[in-house]
Design a protein around this ligand. Structure first.
Ligand code: NAP
Ligand code: MG
Length: 403
């Protein structure tokens, strides 16, 4: 078979620990035998981030803006233990945070469903994709304890120095107070990323807030979504046969539980934090959760939602067998290759991505799986295999599909 040719490079962001091992194996076993792979390679492994003083992360984000599509391996976010382990000169920031800030992106997380693993909510037969607004609100708060007898006020000083004041509360007893903010530009970017991604997936978009109680703050979110939808997306949504649906957050939660899935649920920052853990747990496994960062201008960065699987890596280093799930990382590659295929009009690349995903799901549904899924699967013929055997089994099915 002739290898599939690419025209534009993918931005490849390599990472750390066990996922870095899987990264190389995925490329060797499942990608390069079939694709004349063109990538611009950035090594975001912690060692190289240290060597470049984290410049490599910034460069990789810039390259993503330039080319439009990136695929990223999981990376270590340094903490005190890592500073010692890697002899770091600085506690470098989370690469995901740096890339998200550079692209002003929104993260969409989607579970991968397979037969034999039933979600805790059995009616969820289709995936629910969560989009979390990643700016502001309680994550950038200012808060204080207040002693009884104090008066708390909200004071805004405009650019001419004019003050607007509002009483928050006159405290008779001790208490607490908190200030929050958000930005029209950030909310608009979030809304556009969500509308674009819904069109991409041809799925309905849900958005909810508490605008009945928060009549200015949350209402601003509601209004911005509505204005952008009317002005820029309504016609496109109608043509695609999909819907934008706004409701109150408590109503949304009730509807989500009763639903069959198959839509994108856009959440404010806190709602997304809480609900994404609930949704991913209900679907079974973090190792079966894909993640894509989408910028308001339509730049895409694909990755797995899980981390570097440190415990497995230490086993691997000792020469012990590991059974690490590579599915989410494979889907990061298939997602990126498909998007590159769409943008460059290379149908063979899109077809390859479809077949790679089908071969991966097929392997698990044939009963061959890694340890994490073995514990969850209800298949009678299930068999646990090591990390590499799993990839080789996928490859057998992929090769057959590509014949
Ligand atoms: P983790 O790597 O996601 O792993 C936590 C545990 O979940 C593992 O020990 C393993 O359980 C299970 N697990 C996760 N992914 C798995 C997979 N693919 N296959 C099988 N089991 C899997 O999270 P962590 O241990 O908290 O973090 C490790 C490092 O990853 C940290 O340095 C953190 O900064 C980084 N991290 C990076 C990203 C990212 O780049 N997107 C995200 C999160 C964390 P068992 O050990 O019980 O088998
Ligand atoms: Mg959380």
């Amino acid at each position: 078979m002739e290898k599939i040719k690419m025209t534009t490079p993918l931005v490849e962001m390599d990472g750390d620990e066990m996922t870095r091992i899987l990264w190389q194996w995925i490329k060797d076993i499942l990608i390069t035998p079939y694709i004349d792979l063109k990538t611009e390679y950035y090594d975001l492994g912690l060692k190289h981030r240290e060597e470049t003083k984290d410049q490599v992360t910034i460069d990789s984000a810039e390259a993503t803006k330039k080319y439009g599509v990136a695929v990223k391996c999981a990376t270590i976010t340094p903490n005190a233990a890592r500073v010692e382990e890697y002899n770091l000169t600085e506690m470098w920031k989370s690469p995901n945070g740096t890339i998200r800030a550079a692209l002003d992106g929104t993260v969409f997380r989607t579970p991968i469903l397979v037969k034999g693993i039933t979600p805790y909510i059995p009616t969820w037969t289709k995936p629910i994709t969560i989009a979390r607004h990643a700016y502001g609100d309680v994550y950038k708060n200012t808060e204080m304890r207040v002693s009884g007898g104090s008066k708390a006020e909200l004071v805004v000083t405009d650019s001419d120095g004019k003050e607007t004041r509002q009483l928050i509360h006159s405290f008779r007893g001790d208490g607490v107070v908190q200030g929050l903010h958000n930005l029209d530009a950030s909310i608009s970017g979030f809304a556009r990323a969500c509308f674009n991604y819904a069109l991409d997936l041809k799925q309905d978009l849900w958005f909810a807030s508490k605008d009945t109680i928060s009549k200015i703050y949350d209402h601003r979110f509601k209004d911005i979504f509505a204005e952008i939808y009317e002005a820029e997306f309504k016609a496109k949504f109608e043509a695609a046969g999909i819907e934008f649906f706004y409701t109150l957050i408590d109503d949304a939660v009730a509807r989500v539980i009763r639903s069959n899935g198959g839509y994108i649920w856009a959440c404010k920052n806190y709602d997304g934090d809480v609900m994404s853990d609930m949704v991913s747990t209900a679907y079974g496994s973090l190792a079966m959760m894909t993640s894509v960062l989408v910028s308001p201008t339509g730049v895409y960065e694909y990755e797995a939602a899980h981390g570097t699987v440190q415990r497995h890596y230490y086993k691997y280093l000792k020469g012990e067998e590991t059974s690490t799930n590579s599915v989410a990382t494979i889907f990061a590659w298939s997602g990126a290759l498909r998007k590159r295929g769409e943008l460059d009009s290379i149908p063979a690349l899109c077809d390859f991505a479809d077949k790679l995903e089908a071969a991966t799901i097929g392997t698990i549904e044939d009963g061959i799986m890694t340890g994490d899924l073995y514990l969850l699967s209800k298949l009678d013929n299930k068999r646990k295999v090591d990390s590499k055997t799993f990839l080789e089994e996928i490859n057998k099915r992929l090769a057959a599909k590509l014949q």
